[in-house]
Write a new protein. Structure first.
Length: 546
């Protein structure tokens, strides 16, 4: 069972916000939002005339959705620039037409002259509102809200407790800018502390990409509601997902408190299609789990704080993470420090791309980059792995992916040249995997311009969304018809490097094949179930554009 949210919220609402300008636009928007799966509409009337507010709240098509009426002042991030007396009069007028809830700032309720005195008689008390069916309510409930667009408040818990002490408060809402993933953890932690807030329904939002899990996992943690955009082009608040993404990709309406959570730890992560792939696999198999992006800033300390924060959060039930740039070495170090079980391949490579956290405790670490890369390369070339012996291979980059691929190719007997913008890192990598005279060399990336290798493998982030025009080597370098060019970047599918290779007549191998191979190994480890390969491939192709 999920934590209680009060009997007025049988499930977590999806609320989509609309900045109201006129009745016709609002009605059209409400119909689209309802068809997309929204439960409620927030009518943002920051710049709306009284006659339009009345018309919107009296419109039967709009009122088929639950309604939240908000007039947010400029001093708390909104667009209303009139006096507090004018705003109070508009809110009093709105109450006559009985929206389900009105949103008033904690500071206004406490400090603005007349707010509590004028509005309290216009509201239903929380107990009455809670006990009434929606069709029986004759006055709105009160959302007491607080926003900080700069940082997480140092007194977050005390602030919410003070909001809960307001007798008229029906729902508590707090939103703040997230600097890192632990700000999202702090938001989700509030749901576990609901008894400190009179067990009132709660909405806790960490704004921005770093805090996005506070929105994506709101139903799992029993939030009263969460906000979602009508579509990807609408921009109401940072980190807000589209309704259909929330419903379909993250199975929001199916989430339960006991679901396991998995995710992608890295920076950046917004480009990744891993959430689409894994969540499609979970849906296909009926697995009680969800996979989310976990933006984590570079640096080992940031990695440790993120993983420990997520693992220690009651109710999170973290089952495992995929690890991408720049944290693969950090993941290995973390697993070692925690006395985890590390597979020999990962230890040999010196990098980890997957951490498993079994229900009974402990850590298991693996690296599926090497096997995934070899599978993608040999499939693209139409050969068996053993035929890579003595192949002339250029590796571009010296990071975690490069380490894995170098290790695999050395094992297969390939001849390798590692090119990197920092030659010392290439030298270090070459020395680690040196298997014989001339088998592996380290070179400066600028030397690539005058080279001609049979196989070229990009292991850098060059060309990855949003930096789609970047190349992993100097712009004067050439590619040739007899080459095989493999780009481990998969978003976009046809990177600038692969476009260049195709124009040169070279054979192209997409990074998507490596990604799918890795994802299959991860999915099996996450769930213990057979891999629904076709569903996962279809999800990746849909995400990247067939």
């Amino acid at each position: 069972m999920r934590p209680p949210v009060g009997n007025m919220f049988s499930s977590t609402w999806i609320v989509t916000p609309l900045f109201v300008t006129d009745l016709s636009t609002a009605r059209t928007f409400a119909v689209k939002a309802r068809d997309a799966g929204a439960d409620a509409i927030e009518l943002r009337c920051d710049r709306t005339e009284a006659t339009v507010i009345e018309a919107v709240l009296r419109d039967p098509e709009i009122r088929r959705l639950k309604t939240i009426l908000t007039i947010r002042p400029a001093w708390e991030g909104g667009g209303f620039t009139g006096s507090e007396a004018q705003r109070l009069e508009l809110l009093r007028l709105a109450c006559r037409y009985q929206p389900d809830l009105i949103d008033v700032e904690w500071k206004a309720w406490q400090n603005s002259a007349g707010f509590a005195d004028v509005l309290a008689p216009c509201l239903m008390m929380p107990e009455t509102w809670r006990a009434s069916a929606a069709t029986q309510r004759r006055a709105p409930g009160l959302i007491i809200s607080n926003h900080d667009f700069v940082q997480r408040p140092a007194d977050l818990h005390q602030r919410v407790a003070a909001m809960a002490a307001i007798p008229e408060a029906t729902v508590l809402k707090v939103a703040f800018a997230a600097a890192d993933i632990n700000d999202a953890v702090a938001a989700l932690t509030l749901y576990n502390q609901r008894s400190d807030f009179n067990d009132l329904p709660l909405v806790a939002i960490a704004m921005g990409e770093a805090g996005q899990i506070s929105r994506l996992l709101a139903a799992k943690f029993g939030a009263a509601f969460t906000f979602a955009q009508l579509d990807a082009e609408a921009h109401s608040a940072p980190g807000q997902p589209p309704i259909l993404t929330l419903m379909q990709r993250f199975r929001f309406k199916e989430q339960r408190a006991d679901w396991r959570v998995f995710g992608l730890v890295g920076s950046p992560v917004s480009h990744s299609v891993s959430p689409m792939i894994h969540n499609a696999g979970f849906a296909q198999t009926g697995y009680a789990g969800v996979y989310v992006p976990l933006l984590t800033a570079p640096g080992y300390d940031n990695f440790i704080r993120a993983i420990n924060g997520l693992r220690r959060l009651p109710g999170m039930n973290l089952g495992g993470v995929s690890v991408t740039i720049p944290h693969k070495s950090s993941a290995l170090a973390y697993a070692s420090e925690e006395s985890g079980t590390i597979d020999p391949v990962a230890r040999h490579i010196g990098a980890v791309n997957t951490l498993f956290f079994p229900p009974g405790g402990g850590i298991r670490a693996m690296n599926s980059d090497a096997a995934g890369a070899v599978a993608a390369l040999t499939s693209g070339m139409g050969i068996k792995a053993e035929m890579l012996r003595d192949s002339d291979v250029a590796i571009l980059g010296a990071g975690g992916a490069a380490r894995a691929i170098v290790a695999a190719l050395c094992e297969l007997g390939a001849r390798i040249a590692i090119y990197n913008r920092t030659p010392a890192r290439a030298v270090e990598l070459a020395q680690q995997f040196a298997t014989g005279p001339g088998r592996i060399q380290a070179r400066d990336i600028h030397d690539f311009s005058s080279s001609h290798h049979k196989i070229v493998i990009n292991c850098t982030a060059a060309g990855m969304t949003p930096h789609v025009n970047d190349l992993p080597f100097p712009s004067d370098a050439k590619l040739y018809t007899d080459q095989i060019v493999f780009d481990t970047v998969y978003n976009p599918r046809r990177t600038r490097l692969l476009q260049m290779a195709q124009h040169s007549g070279a054979t192209c191998v997409e990074g998507l094949e490596m990604l799918l191979s890795q994802a299959a190994a991860q999915f099996e480890g996450f769930t213990g179930q057979p891999v629904p390969s076709e569903a996962m491939r279809a999800a990746a192709l849909d995400a990247l554009g067939r």
